[in-house]
Design a binder for this molecule. Structure first.
Ligand code: PFF
Length: 452
């Protein structure tokens, strides 16, 4: 088969807009709406936000460009891509990525399942003054029901499978082109509404005025680690999406656009959430329960709370779904490219296996609550820690080293500048990926494993 028709057979984005929406969909997820606001809250706001943006520019964007370049150059899944360019031990980096896809998606579906449950509750009008008594207990109620969690997890995984089974252009691209604009629209509405609410000014001050004294080393490391998770880097998701891009697509432009969109969504979510939090005089550092515990209580107290709750949880579900499909796609691409399975078989079978892998996470707050895996963490928290704090930074480190030290300039620059594309910032990018990104990532990683 000619190279052209084999590329066509694997699937290609139909437009640059489709590629941008899909990559932004992968990046924008629970990390932006659920996690970013509460870690920014815990680490004192403004200075953390500025440092997070610094990490996006010095580490995030360079590594995203690398992943997309490696993907587009090979038109392969992560394992096949490293095999094709260099082979040897580098293939392990691809393996690490596919494994991370299995691991992250297994518990991502559980948390996303909570969001679907909350959307369902919001649609039934649960977050109103009449039910104000029971709202604070809802989250504990959900966590204590293994069956509910399993059902929501299964439903969410089912939706993920259906989209991925549709293929690159009529599954992934179409779903992102529909969900992402709706997501932006809802978020913009919630953020603008937030700015003009009584707590709006305080939220803006909190998010944007830097208190440098609060930016201690753990906060800096948290920001860098989160930049990774938030941009979907270190496990070949952007590599896989890059492999569906055609020659002539301006990769640096796509990577920069996606990174800006991802950062804006995190900031807008912060504005939307903190303006509500400050309007009701709540402490901003409410931790992981901010979205599932604090906000629902506030929804039940505010006028029009039901509509706001529906919009908010729809936003959360869309964000999660556009990310989960990219996680499953990494695994499916591997089985299709390397094992020559059909897409339908790979998606259904692997989707089911990943669902089973997620079962202990779903049971980790009730049936398996006494089973501790890492320290005193339950299964879900342990596996989250393992993936985001260990596997992703390690994968990112290797990808940066591979690009900076193994790929020749001829290959890297040649690939980026295929077609009419000119990359003026090539020297800056090359410097960042060769020296700055690996050192910064190594720093996070060594800190996470407690070496300094
Ligand atoms: N970027 C997603 C988020 O912020 O929720 C999470 C994620 C998706 C991480 C895909 C890694 C990945 F490959």
């Amino acid at each position: 088969m000619s190279e052209y028709s084999s590329k066509q057979k694997r699937g290609l984005w139909t437009s640059r807009f489709g590629f941008i929406m899909a990559s932004a969909g992968s990046a924008i997820g629970l990390g932006n709406i659920w996690k970013f606001p509460y870690i920014a809250g815990m680490h004192g706001g403004g200075a953390f936000v500025l440092f997070f943006i610094f990490c996006i520019i010095t580490v995030g964007i360079p590594i995203m460009i690398s992943e997309m370049v490696i993907g587009r150059h090979t038109h392969k899944d992560p394992v096949g891509a490293f095999k094709k360019i260099r082979g040897g031990a580098w293939v392990i980096v691809g393996w690490l990525g596919v494994t991370a896809g299995f691991v992250i998606l297994s518990y991502y579906c559980v948390v996303a399942g909570w969001a679907v449950d909350y959307l369902w509750l919001a649609l039934q009008g649960t977050f109103t003054a009449q039910h104000a008594q029971q709202v604070p207990q809802l989250f504990a109620g959900l966590l204590s029901s293994d069956l509910s969690q399993l059902l929501w997890q299964a439903l969410f995984m089912g939706m993920t499978i259906l989209i991925v089974m549709g293929g690159v252009s009529s599954g992934l691209e179409l779903a992102n082109k529909v969900m992402m604009p709706i997501l932006f629209f809802i978020l913009l509405f919630l953020a603008i509404r937030g700015i003009f609410s009584p707590g709006g000014e305080k939220a803006l001050t909190f998010l944007f005025s830097p208190q440098w004294s609060k930016l201690d080393p753990p906060a800096m490391l948290e920001a860098l680690g989160h930049a990774f998770f938030s941009l979907s880097l270190g496990m070949g998701a952007m590599l896989t999406y890059g492999s569906y891009a055609d020659e002539g697509t301006n990769i640096p432009k796509v990577a920069i656009t996606v990174s800006i969109m991802d950062t804006c969504v995190a900031l807008l979510s912060g504005i939307a959430i903190f303006s509500i939090v400050f309007t009701y005089g709540i402490e901003p550092a409410a931790g992981p329960g901010l979205v599932f515990k604090t906000l629902p209580i506030l929804f039940s107290q505010m006028p029009g709370g039901t509509l706001i709750a529906i919009l908010f949880f729809l936003l959360l579900v869309f964000a999660a779904l556009t990310s989960s499909i990219s996680l499953l796609e990494v695994v499916v691409a591997y089985y299709c490219d390397e094992k020559k399975w059909g897409r339908k078989k790979a998606t259904l079978f692997m989707g089911f296996i990943i669902f089973l892998l997620g079962v202990p996470s779903a049971l980790s707050n009730n049936l398996l609550k006494d089973v501790h895996f890492i320290g005193d963490r339950n299964f879900l928290d342990s596996i989250d820690l393992l993936a985001t704090n260990y596997i992703l930074p390690l994968g990112g480190l290797f990808i940066a080293i591979f690009t900076g030290w193994i790929l020749t300039t001829r290959l890297a620059k040649g690939e980026i500048e295929k077609g009419e594309v000119r990359f003026q910032l090539y020297p800056a990018w090359h410097f960042l990926i060769k020296y700055v990104s690996p050192v910064l990532v190594a720093l996070v990683f060594l800190n996470k494993i407690g070496l300094f």
